[in-house]
Design a protein around this ligand. Structure first.
Ligand SMILES: NC(=O)C1=CN([C@@H]2O[C@H](COP(=O)(O)OP(=O)(O)OC[C@H]3O[C@@H](n4cnc5c(N)ncnc54)[C@H](OP(=O)(O)O)[C@@H]3O)[C@@H](O)[C@H]2O)C=CC1
Ligand SMILES: CC(C)=CCC[C@@H](C)[C@H]1CC=C2C3=C(CC[C@@]21C)[C@@]1(C)CC[C@H](O)C(C)(C)[C@@H]1CC3
Length: 483
């Protein structure tokens, strides 16, 4: 497995090479690359006909079309609220292990009056606190220095520049939060844990606000739209994302959202849950230590390897709409912190056997996830690297090469398998008494299976017969020999 510093160095080399090549090639204005720290490139003037050609109408729906979009905008937020307010540990239910409200819903004893009383008792302080958190992340993302790198080439020929300062944003915001909350002692994490539902509403409001603003602004000025988010159906386009790279000058809203509020918010909530457990138990259980460490490591790994996100479909292909705004502002912090939350309500110490299984799954999953992603990155971005020398590949007509040995010869998305194994390890830290913490690995399996199909469609459209040739050589999608 390659080391983290060599991965970073390789990315830096390739980024510099990209910038140098782009500068040399910059024959048309759209290929010009701005110097580091400069605002967004000057927009190229095009006629309305040229824009219409560049932004063709989307002909195919994904995610169940407008009906699916409606469900996403309404049902997913309700699900978050259900988990946030419903996981009330004061009752008892064998399946949900004490999460009373959920069992009320399951047994159809749901009381609308109860929901109304929740809405009317909502605490605006939660929105105030969350808004300060997001404003702080925006301020640090804009002001802290970081390496300037280019993203992949867009279909208008241009390349956008991104500033990689995720780790310094993380460190600085954590320091600020610790300094601010220090005088409050455990009162701060206890407040956060006790007001989880109110915070969930706040994240939801911010997600709606950001996605509505971005959707409205996509109709003004000359904007590059996402190929999949320009159907003309407003609800669908709003949900999937109409504009490809909404920006305020050099500040890229999609890039910021993808790696800052969700991941850092998730980390912070986990720490608060661990401190809440400490406040009631006067110690932290081994299960809580494991889940906070594992997820913290996953989050830091994502920030450390920040540049790799530039080639994911979320950045290169998908527009920025409600789905990504909601996913990152609300879904990731509120739903991904479920295990730590559960363990703060129902403390549990794992047996040595269970710890060994959980650690084994985490280490094995991380090894597959990181080395598969790293192998593809090195192969694509540093072709001369000696680590590539034994790898077999096919060359496609588009010029891109597809690996057919190493990790990418075992299954077409072996990296998803590693990611999913980690998700199972996290859920297992909660033992087997309740099904609630297992929501995460079940949802994640659905997300990854669906994502693999979308990526397969994208690659078939891009590579045509070469993709079929690749699929013949690497027949499995995610699990070698099984699926
Ligand atoms: N925790 C979470 O909630 C989530 C985590 N993830 C994780 O994010 C990571 C990134 O995933 P994702 O963006 O889906 O995409 P991948 O990192 O799997 O990359 C897919 C792309 O890689 C290229 N490619 C495919 N096969 C080959 C090959 N054999 N050789 C070389 N290049 C190939 C293609 O792009 P090209 O057009 O360049 O050829 C393809 O579109 C994954 O590890 C995933 O587990 C994803 C979603 C949610
Ligand atoms: C239910 C719903 C609205 C789903 C929206 C999907 C999003 C939650 C996910 C889409 C792709 C994601 C990625 C990550 C988090 C979840 C979302 C936003 C990611 C940032 C997690 C950390 C990884 O290391 C990653 C950087 C590879 C990853 C990128 C994709």
């Amino acid at each position: 497995m390659q080391t983290r510093s060599s991965t970073r160095a390789s990315r830096r080399d390739s980024t510099r090479r990209n910038i140098a090549e782009s500068k040399a090639k910059a024959s048309s204005p759209s290929q010009r690359v701005p110097p580091a720290n400069q605002a967004a490139p000057a927009p190229v003037q095009r006629t309305p006909q040229q824009w219409a050609k560049l932004n063709p109408r989307t002909q195919h729906y994904e995610f169940g079309g407008p009906v699916g979009a409606f469900a996403m905008v309404t049902l997913l937020p309700l699900l978050v609220l259900l988990f946030a307010f419903g996981c009330d540990s004061s009752g008892y239910d064998p399946l949900t292990r004490g999460y009373r409200f959920l069992s009320d819903v399951a047994s159809l004893q749901f009381d609308v009056g109860m929901l109304w009383s929740l809405i009317t008792s909502w605490k605006p302080m939660a929105l105030f606190g969350y808004a300060i958190f997001v404003a702080q992340l925006v301020t640090f993302s804009i002001s802290l220095p970081g390496e300037e790198v280019e993203g992949t080439q867009l279909r208008d020929g241009s390349k956008l520049t991104y500033r990689l300062n995720g780790l310094s944003v993380f460190q600085t915001s954590m320091t600020m939060i610790i300094m601010t909350g220090k005088n409050m002692g455990l009162a701060f994490p206890i407040w956060v844990a006790d007001n989880f539902g109110h915070l969930a509403v706040a994240t939801l409001l911010v997600a709606y606000l950001v996605s509505i603003s971005v959707f409205v602004s996509s109709f003004y000025g000359q904007k590059l739209l996402a190929l999949g988010g320009n159907t003309g159906n407003k609800l669908y386009d709003f949900t999937i994302g109409r504009e490809l790279n909404p920006r305020i000058q050099a500040f890229d809203i999609k890039y910021f959202t993808e790696l800052r509020p969700g991941l850092i918010g998730w980390f912070l909530l986990n720490i608060c849950m661990a401190l809440k457990q400490y406040s009631t138990l006067e110690r932290v259980t081994n299960s809580m230590v494991l889940v906070v460490l594992f997820q913290g490591f996953y989050i830091l790994d994502a920030l450390w390897n920040e540049a790799s996100i530039l080639s994911t479909m979320d950045i290169t292909t998908d527009g920025f709409g409600f789905m990504l705004a909601f996913g990152n502002f609300c879904w990731v912090p509120m739903m991904y912190s479920l295990q730590a939350r559960y363990l703060s309500d129902f403390p549990l110490d794992l047996s040595y056997w269970m710890m060994a299984i959980v650690i084994g799954l985490e280490v094995g999953g991380y090894y597959i996830f990181r080395s598969a992603n790293g192998q593809k990155d090195t192969f694509r971005q540093k072709p001369d690297d000696p680590r590539n020398k034994d790898l077999k590949f096919i060359t496609t007509q588009s010029g891109s090469r597809l690996l057919i040995s190493g990790w990418w010869g075992k299954a077409r998305h072996i990296n998803y398998l590693g990611d999913w194994m980690m998700s199972v390890a996290w859920c297992m830290t909660c033992g087997f008494s309740s099904i609630i913490p297992y929501f995460y690995c079940i949802y994640f399996a659905v997300l990854l299976i669906h994502r693999e199909r979308r990526d397969d469609d994208k690659c078939r459209a891009k590579y045509g017969k070469d993709w079929d040739r690749y699929c013949e050589k690497v027949p499995y999608r995610i699990i070698p020999g099984i699926y």
